[in-house]
Design a protein around this ligand. Structure first.
Ligand code: GAP
Length: 508
């Protein structure tokens, strides 16, 4: 697996991701997506929405503002509790996230540790400032991650507002309107994809920890008397997942591959809804080609839980810098709705027709995934250095590949081939994201397509002019067939749906 620095260099070279405003030296924790990157990112979001919202009856979506009423963040607890522990060097004044420094030195988890505990560990392990190398790190202290801004022409306390640090809260503030408008009956979920901002102390590992990122979140609500009644769990009981429970971590056991039914019957996963949503998220990645050996679910230890959660599991990916959180599935209970009811003085409860009384639904699971982390996972999973071809082949899933078809005239200096190729390109681009490439030898053009993850290369040669046929080359196998131009759209469509190349012609 290539390092994260090598991945960042590849992403820049191929136009996936750049450091933002690079001509001015960039700004840590902010990134821009280039021509290939924006297509891949849009495909990830489109597939997530299709899988989680459009294909289900119990989920609807919203798209809310980034700046909200500031009271939202008071009610949610973010103004008080959304913090990491920071430590500053007394000599060079570099600032660090204390748990990250400790984790890097001890190779053990320190996320969620108190300032006091982190201070003790920094002393015990004689951790020095990474920048100046001196033994002058000060006392760890909490640092709030909220990004502030001002709304309107004034710059005073009253005009102060915040960029949202998660998309979740506006799902809660809109809960009642959405439930009524969409006539939702429990259990149901509300989803949102959108930007989030966190003033991270030390953004690291390229897209993994940035200050501006996107989230794809679901709040899944159930009746408080039906917290364990998941009707879907029986259908997934034989699905296998690598499990790392809090008990396994405490006892220094290794993660274990388990079937969902066994994890539930042995109480490793406590609630069937958690097992179900962990399955859904794991399965989404696997359905888009991610190797399940690189995924595991890990339960938060007690001291790691967010202020609103009683149980949280992360889906983790085996990155080159270790197993790290890809998404979280938190049990938020009724914390958020209760808080917003208290602070807004508005009723967000529902009416129970059977018991004839009002109640506040619980969020039994909040699957929350960062788009940019998913992007990184799909890139790592797809990145292959093909020794025979001596080039990178980006084996992205057909649904995610930024470009589906590249169209090449065999020779770029033959007008009749270029004209015919342009015709074929115009035909295909009505339906697929295509690329017209005339630069360099045909080998160089295949090479560029492979690196971009382009699924099929369509070449127009002299025979194409006579027989109205083109060559279709498969990215992963390099196998080629001849296809009539009149059939090309249909063939590409069927290939994208998973049919085999050999079905449409003999290999040449
Ligand atoms: N609403 C719950 C919530 O926001 P979180 O664990 O803080 O929970 C959820 O964030 C997901 O958002 C993470 O699993 C990760 O994928 C993504 N994420 C969080 N902070 C991030 C950052 N600084 N950079 C990139 N992605 C981030």
């Amino acid at each position: 697996m290539i390092s994260i620095e090598e991945m960042a260099a590849f992403c820049k070279r191929r136009g996936f991701v750049y450091a933002t405003s690079e001509i001015y030296g960039g700004i840590a924790g902010f990134f821009d997506y280039g021509p290939l990157g924006v297509e891949l990112k849009n495909n990830i979001k489109k597939e997530w929405w299709k899988f989680h919202v459009l294909s289900r009856e119990d989920l609807v979506g919203i798209d809310s503002a980034i700046v909200t009423h500031p009271k939202v963040w008071d009610a949610s607890g973010h103004l008080n509790s959304f913090q990491d522990i920071m430590i500053e060097c007394g000599n060079c004044h570099e600032r660090y996230r204390a748990d990250v420094l400790v984790e890097e030195k001890t190779k053990k988890r320190a996320d969620g540790f108190s300032a006091q505990k982190l201070g003790q560990l920094i002393k015990k392990h004689k951790i020095k400032c990474e920048k100046c190398g001196k033994d002058t790190l000060g006392k760890p202290a909490p640092f709030n991650l909220m990004f502030e801004t001002y709304v309107g022409a004034k710059r005073d306390e009253e005009a102060k507002a915040y960029l949202r640090p998660e998309t979740a809260q506006t799902i809660f503030t809109n809960f009642k309107l959405v439930q009524e408008n969409a006539r939702l009956k429990l259990p149901f979920g509300i989803a949102q994809i959108g930007k989030a901002f966190r003033n991270e102390i030390s953004p690291r590992h390229f897209l993994f920890r940035s200050r501006e990122f996107e989230q794809m979140e679901i709040e899944y609500f159930v009746h408080p008397s039906k917290l364990r009644e998941c009707p879907y769990v029986k259908d997934i009981s034989d699905y296998e997942i690598l499990v790392y429970s809090a008990d396994m971590q405490k006892n220094d056991f290794k993660p274990k591959k388990m079937k969902i039914k066994s994890a539930l019957s042995k109480n490793v996963i406590n609630n069937p809804w958690h097992a179900y949503w962990l399955f859904i998220e794991h399965n989404w990645f696997v359905s888009l080609g991610v190797n399940s050996d690189d995924l595991r679910i890990r339960q938060h230890l007690k001291d790691e839980l967010s202020h609103y959660s009683t149980d949280t599991w992360d889906l983790e990916y085996n990155f080159p810098f270790g197993w790290k959180e890809l998404l979280g599935v938190a049990d938020r209970g009724d914390y958020d709705l209760q808080q917003h009811m208290k602070h807004s003085k508005k009723d967000l409860s529902l009416f129970d027709d059977e018991k004839k009384k009002r109640f506040v639904p619980h969020v039994i699971a909040e699957p929350s995934l960062g788009v940019d982390r998913a992007f990184l996972v799909f890139m790592y999973n797809a990145y292959n250095h093909d020794k025979k071809r001596e080039n990178v082949v980006l084996k992205l899933h057909p649904k995610l590949a930024p470009i589906k078809v590249a169209v090449f005239p065999l020779l770029s200096n033959k007008k009749e081939l270029v004209e015919k190729a342009k015709e074929v390109f115009d035909l295909l681009k009505e339906e697929f994201n295509c690329f017209f490439d005339v630069g360099g030898s045909i080998g160089r053009r295949y090479f560029r397509g492979d690196e971009a993850g382009t699924l099929y290369g369509v070449t127009i040669d002299f025979d194409s002019l006579k027989k109205k046929e083109v060559t279709v080359r498969d990215r992963d196998t390099q196998k080629q067939i001849r296809v009539k131009v009149k059939d090309l759209k249909d063939v590409v469509n069927r290939l994208l749906k998973g049919e085999k190349l050999s079905k449409f012609g003999k290999f040449i």
